[in-house]
Design a protein around this ligand. Sequence first.
Ligand code: APR
Length: 175
Amino acid sequence: MAMEVVEGDITGLAVDAIVNAANESLLGGGGVDGAIHRAAGPGLLAECRAVGGCPTGEARITGGHRLLARHVIHTVGPVWRGGNFGEDGLLALCYRNSLALARQHGLRSIAFPAIGTGVYAFPVARAAGIAIQTVAATLDSVPGIERAIFCAFGADMAALYRALLAAPASSGSRA
Ligand code: APR
């Protein structure tokens, strides 16, 4: 699996699945959740209602509806509460569970937003490090996934991801 960084709006990516940073209700919200529901259309919300929610750290898959992406993998990041409430582990679970779902559905490309770093206020550099390390560590167990994209909604975020990918600690192939 090659890891790569793309700067821009995740709703514009033509991949097998884009990951949504949702809340436990799965009934939409602001941030990337709002952007994905706006681009996908009302059918996504209807499908999410039938899913019936998603606990923090877990992931659920739906169709992509009007999106270019074939699927949306909804995951719920932890609300940052200072770092002593298992936030790091829950954020890592979001990436691992999203990749596991992609593998179960035979997907070959997946794009992640910076889960948790907006409304949920997870420190950006810490979250990016967890994202890169978790995906890099999962590389070998999801051989079918050819492309794992970190979608940065801004130049600073893109630069941060690229710096972390270039660091020797994040082993595994990189684009
Ligand atoms: N494409 C890619 N990334 C985006 C987009 C977009 N269109 N819009 C926002 N982002 C980025 C933000 O800049 C941030 O870096 O997604 C990251 C995650 O921020 P949020 O969307 O606020 O998600 P999160 O911090 O996980 O909070 C989730 O916010 O929108 C509500 O319903 C959602 O309650 C949930 C909470």
